[in-house]
Every structure is written in structure tokens, then in C-alpha cells.
Design a protein around this ligand. Sequence first.
Ligand code: SAH
Length: 233
Amino acid sequence: MRIDIISVLPEMFTGFLNESIIGRAQREGYVEIHIHNLRDYTKDKHKRVDDYPFGGGSGMIMQIQPIADCISHLQSTLLSSKGESYDAVIYTSPDGNQFNQGMANRMSQLRNIIILCGHYKGIDHRIREKLITEEVSIGDYVLSGGELAAAVMTDAIVRVIPGVLGDSQAALDDCFMDNLLAPPIYTRPAHYDGFGDVPEILLCGDPKKIREWEIQKALERTLALRPDLLEEQ
Ligand code: SAH
């Protein structure tokens, strides 16, 4: 999979991209992530990518030219180098469809995606109408820029690409994978003074019984904490 992220703050991705599962997934060739500095595409001699809003009001708006040129450059490069096109051009936006596990799973099956990070007051609406195929929000709150949203999405997408997590079962057991929260988890020691014991069943050695218990606990937790997930099915 290839993920191209367009941003005015490319440095924000440096640490995140090299660490943990995302770092390993790139080194092992499961995903290629490219960060593009939008300012490299502006024709403005002062490297500006934003301008005042028509109609007045406060804040600045990202202009069409650098974004359209950047996306078009990425599209033609991908076409000429690999003969492929982008499956999705995503804009991070608080009014987009809310990101969830199902979306992460679906996107992890795409070959090439672009994620455009907004900044300031957002982007000229004509870009959204002409070039964006999907708009995604990571929650009902407003961030200063789309970088953290793009990072959240990239992390959730990459970890479910088959093979990325060593033990493939690890992702299947996670919250939301089957509209259930994860069961409670424990590690050694089996007894810790003041904290009590691990549930007996986890020590019984019978994988079938343990699995049944886990599903039961997952159901109980989902019913208690997120009954809406069960209604979605
Ligand atoms: N004026 C806009 C908010 C701009 S915030 C509005 O009211 O909708 C600046 C940028 O941060 C946005 O362009 C978007 O790319 C990003 N952003 C802010 N909140 C976000 C969220 N909840 N999910 C995804 N991206 C978000």
C-alpha cells in the first residue's frame, strides 16, 4: 500500500512515522508513506499557500493552486511510474464521515491513497467539490490542522494490513473488530498482593474454554459500556 500525505507541517510526521508498528511496516515493505510539503507546490514567491476569505471574516483559507498542482503531480507521477491511479483522495475535516475501525479495515485494502491535511480555517470549497473523494473526521472536535487526524488514520490503517502485526490474531482480538470491545487482559504474576488473582479460567489450559470466556466477557463489557455497538449489527 502507498499513502501520500499532503501537509504544510511535514515535520509533524517525522517521529510518528519512524516508530513502532508504522516504522516496521515501512521497513518491511508493507507500506510506503510519503509526506509532501504543500509549500513546495505554491507559485507564490513568498511561498504562501493561503489567502483571505471572500465575504470577510477572520482566519485564512488554503488556496486551490498549490493543492490542485500537488495532487495532479502525485497522480501523474504514480501513473507514469507504476501505471496506477489513486483509489481515494481523502480530506481530513471535522464535518467529514466519522473515522472508525470499519473504515480503517476498508482503507487498508486500497493500493494508493492521498490524505490532504487542512490548516488555518480549512481549504477552498471548490477543492472539496472537484478533487476530494472522501472526507473524514476523527471526532467531534476541532484540531488546528489535519496532521494529527492523518496520523491517527494512518496508524489505524497500517496496523490492519495483513502481515503487519506479527501475530495476525492480535488485530482480530482488538476492540471494534467484530463490533465488540476487547475482553479484560492479564499477565504475570497470577497473584499480586492487594490486586488479587487472575480469573481462574485463564490458567486452565483449555483454549476452547478460554475463548468462550473471552467472548462472554467481551459481550458483557460491550453491553455495559457501548451497547450501541451491538445495535449496529
Ligand atoms: N473551520 C473549520 C475547521 C478548521 S480546523 C470548520 O469549522 O470545519 C483546520 C483543519 O484541521 C481542517 O481543515 C481539517 O483539515 C483539520 N481538522 C480539524 N478538526 C478535525 C477533525 N475533527 N478531524 C479531522 N480533521 C480535522
